[in-house]
Every structure is written in structure tokens, then in C-alpha cells.
Design a protein around this ligand. Sequence first.
Ligand SMILES: [Zn+2]
Length: 311
Amino acid sequence: MANSILSVKVLQIETAAIAWVEAQVWPEGPVCPHCGGFVRIGKMKGRATRIGLYKCYQCRKQFTVKVGTVFEDSHIPMNLWLQAMYLLCSSKKGISSNQLSRTLGVTLKTAWFMSHRIREAMRVVGVTPMGGAGEIVEADETFIGRIEGERKRRSGWGHKNAVLTLVQRKGSARSFHIEDTSLGQIHNVVHDNIARKTALMTDEARHYEDVGQRFASHETVKHSADEYVRYTGDYIGGEKYIVSTNTVEGYFSIFKRGMKGVYQHCKEKHLHRYLAEFDFRYSNRIRLGVNDVERTERAVKGIVGKRLTYR
Ligand SMILES: [Zn+2]
């Protein structure tokens, strides 16, 4: 018999799941989410006590590992949360709420709620600029879905949502839902998110011209002239210095296949959450040495401090 990952204890037994999440979130032992104390903490025992309940004798409040995380206020067993996280982390194009609902045996509403909270856990916060000396970052835009209230037009992109993505070669991706592809919008994202010493690569679009001058170099490929790859004969960081935006376009192709095939598009106000999901999987992909289980561990570490208030 094959040893299915889905049969492991942390995905099947709630106590094992809670202990595992505690180990990810509190590597040094439990920390009180109310006062930050970690010395005088006792585990609550007794048959009527909730699993994983602690008491802080500094502030006299009780807590579980769910407090202050995206799991807070949910009654979904932790092993089910981990099953959902594993599925979302290991499916390259994502997993629909319908599929999640059938697989986990929860209502569609619960599945939708869970997947949005997991996307929030995947969202990267407080990041430093990408790239750096000897690194290449590609930037490009794409268009997806339709802006609410805009009629579909035969040509042009005005009725669609604009996305700007930055991808570091052999590294991570960062995507932004931007208002439009005006110079100002693009300038700010590129300026704030890429380190000055980076080699920037884009297509020949005018909106990269000015901001491009702020980087170590700015090379462009002329898509209008059918140029997609230009071999320079130079080297950067020990690798061939090849001018192209094929990496970021590869990202877009995964994103679009997921949005069309799995999510069948989404509301404009949720687009940034789906971008966070695709960025997360891409930035923690197998080619960077991150397997499905490690990717899930990383997502679980992201549950802290992101309690959502909407529903
Ligand atoms: Zn406390």
C-alpha cells in the first residue's frame, strides 16, 4: 500500500493537528496572545476542557493557538484546517471552494470562508525590496476578469482588472492589483519593490522607461518586433545574461489557467487574495527546493497576526 500523505495523524486527529500547529507557531513554547507573556503559562486539563486550552497566570486570561490568527472564531477542527491548507498549498492552479467542500465534507459557505482565510495566511507582509546586486527581476502586466459595472468591449483592456507582477529569476513573485497601467501606478510599485542594484527586464512599454533608469540596468525586449529572447553573451551572478520576460509570462500562464479553469474568475475586491495565493505557491515552488509539506508548514507560519474581521 502506498503511504498516502492524507493518512498522516496531523490531518486526521484534532489533538495531533493542534500540537503540530503549536509547534509551528510557538517554536519556543506557548506565548500568551493577550499580554505576550511566556513564563507563567499552564495547560488546562480536565475532561470538559477544550483541547489546546492554556491559561496565562500573568494576565489570568485563557487562550488557544487559534487566538490572534486567521483560525480565530472558527469551530472547524484543526485537522480539517490543515487538510484544506495542504490541498491549497499542493495544487498548482488552486482548488475551488466546490471541490474543497466535497473533499472536506463541509458546506460550500464554510469552504469559501476557509479558503479565503488560508489565502490571507499565504499573504506576505512587511517585505523588503526584491532583487539586489547580480539578480534579475522581470516586470510585466496582465489583464484579468472584468471591472464591476464595466461593459465588455470588443477590444482594449479598459474593462478588465490590471495586474502588475514582479518575478525574480530563480526566486519569488510579487503581484499587485493596480488601478490601470498608467505610468504613475507602475512607477510606484516598481520603485518601491525592487532593490536599486537589480537588473530590471521588461517589454518596451513606455511606462517602464523612467523608472527603469533607477536600477543597475534596464533591458527591454521588443515584443512588437517579435523579439522575445535576446542573448547578450554576458554573465550576471554566474548565469548567462539573457534578456527576456519569459519568467514573468510563465507566472501569468499558471495564474490565468488557475483563474479560468479552477476559480472561474473572482470578484474584483477579492483579486488581491488570489494573487497572494498564486504568489505564495510560486515563491515556495518545488524548483526552489520547497515540497508540498514544507509549503504547507510555511503557510501555517503565516496564520499569525492576520485575524480577519470581514465575513
Ligand atoms: Zn497573558
